[in-house]
Design a protein around this ligand. Structure first.
Ligand code: BTN
Length: 317
């Protein structure tokens, strides 16, 4: 464990009590100056550490959720999923693809505490402030039951895990968004890496962004009416590492199951009036069903029926 993590671990054990700088320096065998430098660097990473004269340092409850390689390794246990961790990055999907090109063994996850350029579907941006959970799981194409259904399977898996861990009821907006009370709390972006010579799906990158403890004020103002977070005040004892590990493990496991019926029950779009937006054109329709490939079946007002595939259209309910 490096100095920063040792200090965090001591502060976490002692919280809500203070730990003196002197005790930290004795325990870790480092100077008081090194303690203060490490605390400063932890604060820069977003940890809220209070310091008080004659008492020392104290980790505030909002920071009692350490996310680093160690906590992740312990949460993933013997799952066989390799872990890559970054405090912050542009996009874990981007990193996951670079690591794939370097020949990394699957399955693995790339996790970050925040992203500066999180990517969403249809080229959109995915806001990724501290408090959320951002990971990309990479699987071998051979381990995917049906590549057409990968986003649907992942949304079902993540929805199930989040309901179980938080007790908060969720629904799914076809195809990849998980909602709480009409507002988006999770987005999933799956991307494939194709082996052109062998014409097969080599790797699948499943990127998942969960607004877990993201405070509402940390989202850009224009999003605050349409997004939400599982714990919008930022307070929860649920650990980010546990959420990531359980979601990733469930995504791997669900590949062997029949998940479509459960997904359909959660998908609030079916049976609703929707706007279908394709290449700048918008049409109203009734969403009537989902077919076995995960296409949304819609009936336009002129009676024509269409099977929509998620890559090209956007739906408004
Ligand atoms: C969407 O809502 O359109 C999909 C959002 C997917 C966001 C996740 S966060 C982790 C991974 N890295 C990214 O850049 N995007 C995905």
């Amino acid at each position: 464990m490096d100095t920063k993590h040792s200090i965090l671990s001591e502060l976490e054990k002692a919280s809500p009590e203070y730990v003196s700088g002197e005790l930290l320096s004795e325990k870790l065998g480092i100077t008081r100056m090194a303690v203060s430098k490490a605390v400063k660097s932890l604060r820069n990473k977003g940890y809220e550490i209070e310091s008080r004269k004659h008492y020392g340092y104290r980790l505030l409850s909002s920071s009692l959720d350490i996310l680093d390689k160690e906590t992740l390794l312990s949460a993933f246990g013997s799952s066989g999923i390799e872990v890559y961790y970054l405090d912050t990055t542009v996009s874990t999907n981007k990193d996951a693809k670079i690591i794939a090109q370097e020949g990394a063994v699957t399955p693995y996850v790339v996790v970050a505490s925040s992203q500066s350029g999180g990517r969403g579907r249809l080229g959109r941006r995915f806001e990724s402030p501290l408090g959320g959970v951002y990971f990309s799981l990479v699987l071998d194409g051979k381990d995917i039951r049906d590549s057409d259904l990968i986003t649907i399977a992942s949304a079902e898996a993540v929805g199930e895990v989040m309901e179980r861990l938080t007790g908060i009821s969720t629904s799914i907006k076809w195809v990849n968004d998980i909602y709480i009370n009409g507002k988006k709390a999770v987005g999933i972006l799956s991307e494939g890496i194709v082996n052109m010579e062998e014409k097969r799906l080599d790797r699948v990158v499943i990127g998942c962004g969960i607004n877990l403890k993201t405070k509402l004020e940390d989202f850009p103002i224009e999003l605050r009416d349409i997004v939400t977070s599982f714990y919008p005040d930022g307070e929860a004892s649920l650990k980010r590492a546990q959420v990531i590990a359980e979601c990733a493990k469930r995504i791997v496991e669900i590949q062997k199951e029949d998940f479509l019926e459960n997904y359909k029950k959660k998908c609030f779009v079916i049976g609703k009036r929707v706007y279908v937006e394709r290449k700048g054109e918008r049409r109203e329709a009734d969403a009537v069903d989902l077919d076995e490939k995960g296409h949304l079946i819609v009936r336009y007002d002129d009676g024509t029926v269409d099977a929509l595939s998620s890559g090209e259209i956007s739906i408004r309910v």
